[in-house]
Write a protein that binds this ligand. Sequence first.
Ligand code: ATP
Length: 582
Amino acid sequence: MRFAKLVDYFERLEATTKRLEMFDILSELFREVEVEEIAPVVYLLEEQLAPPFRGIEIGMAEKLVLRAIAKATGVEEGRVATLYKKLGDPGLVVERLLEQKKEASARGKLTVLAVYTRLMEIAEQTGEGSVERKIQGLSDLLAEAGPKEARYIARFVMGRLRLGIGDPTILDALSKAVAGDRSLRPELERAYNLCSDLGLVARTLRGQGLEGIRAFRVRVGHPIRMALAERLPTAEEIIRRLGRCAVEVKIDGFRCQVHKQGDAVEIFSRNLERTTPMFPDIVEGVRRQVAAREAIFEGEAVAVNEETGEIYPFQVTVQRKRKHGVEEMAREYPLVLYAFDLLYSDGMDYTPEPYERRRAALERMIRPGDRLKLAEMIITEDPKAVERFFEESIERGLEGIVAKRLDAPYQAGARGFHWIKLKRSYKGELSDTLDVVLIGYFHGRGSRARLGIGALLGAVYDEESDTFKTIAKIGSGLSEEEWVRIRELLDRSRVSHRPARVDSLIEPDVWVEPRYVVTVLADEITKSPVHTCGKRDDEPGYALRFPRVVGWIREDKRPEDANTVREVLELYEMQKRVKLAG
Ligand code: ATP
């Protein structure tokens, strides 16, 4: 396929405000591309060159892209920068400058694969002289592209393609392209949950058909999409729901999915990024303490006081998140990985096995030692015992407990009642914090006018329709300086119209692509006619009362990892019950 053809699709996707239309356009595209092109096309649609766990990034900041544009168009750097200031979009800058060049019509012969390969080559440049080689590579590519193609290449390189397509929409469209409807979605999703690589799923489907998809198994090195927990307000409700169950301590640190293949160890985070370099101490511990040649298991890594054995608060653990000085940090605050689940070991796929068998095998696999420990656990059917275990955990400064269904498999990529969390914050208060996606903002009034921003429009995720529904206008919780910082950040994701996957009755002053997640504390959830979360026909939706931002942008969460409409409805019910009980 010519890259120009893909660009036509990008334009159509960009123009639509309807998610269903987006789905149709994508399925048409997936039918039209060749087998060997489909993975690159899926990655480009996801605005990446490869899945995040492979850690491949173009690595070109704004300045470098502008230099490449200058080189490709033969226009002086100063003029390019001025035009960029005016237009605010590197794509439009390069498009306009190329249009002004006379030989424009000779260009436009690039194929999708050629563009993808050349972008990969740019990404792979490292070490001495790599900056110049990246600029040269991009400038050569832009010089061969037609003006409109260059527009999308420049945007992609700067991380500003903003097509706003979610994984579920891509899965649905793949199914439609092959089967004519969405019927293959569950099987495609299963494969995706096991490999976290939509490009690989698409290529397998187009190359080997459904047989290939059905043959998908977990593999060491490919992160498995993580199982997530639901919540309930009390120990009694947990036991009523699960009966006899396992109750584990809930530790607040970094979730780690560890992959071991001989001495090679890789670690992936909650959002499936490769975080191995952050944990040299854990890597060493895995080599020493795991009694299996190959294994995939999960745990929570936290800083522990070696003298007293006490777990430090999250603020200490989080210091590990840095680029430099990790080794010193590892000496000063070594981490301990509290292992809680086993997914694979020496040829055996444990994901379909019940919790009890996974846990027993995990206990056999981890040798005693200082770096890896098992998350403490009891098995009980007595709500009082759960309550006691919870209180003890809280006294030790832990976050709470996670109760687990004894006969449940590992539910990759799903949030379900097979795992139920009970946290300190639910007790006595009406609700836990919620993670919302920012989809727009309002210009400030009064004293905020000066800052150019007065409130944020927040949304939750609706899994069923793969859309974002509004739940709150958030006007507090940030310092003046933070308001300015967040505005600058949002301005970089600004879009001219409501994105196709956003469902909103409210029109903010500025729409932004759903990208950033913030944690919000609220007094309660109320019914509201102005928000679309949970709204049906004539029924009102739900809103947060007195919402305020706590902390800063959640970098470990993608927009689809925000809380969901379903969870808000559950919290609303939970809040009613707590109110009645109080
Ligand atoms: P979530 O990860 O569920 O989207 P979140 O990031 O807000 O939500 P929490 O609600 O605090 O996190 O709880 C879930 C997290 O708790 C897990 O992702 C995991 O990192 C952590 N955790 C700690 N101990 C355990 C345990 N024993 N079993 C499972 N998860 C645990």
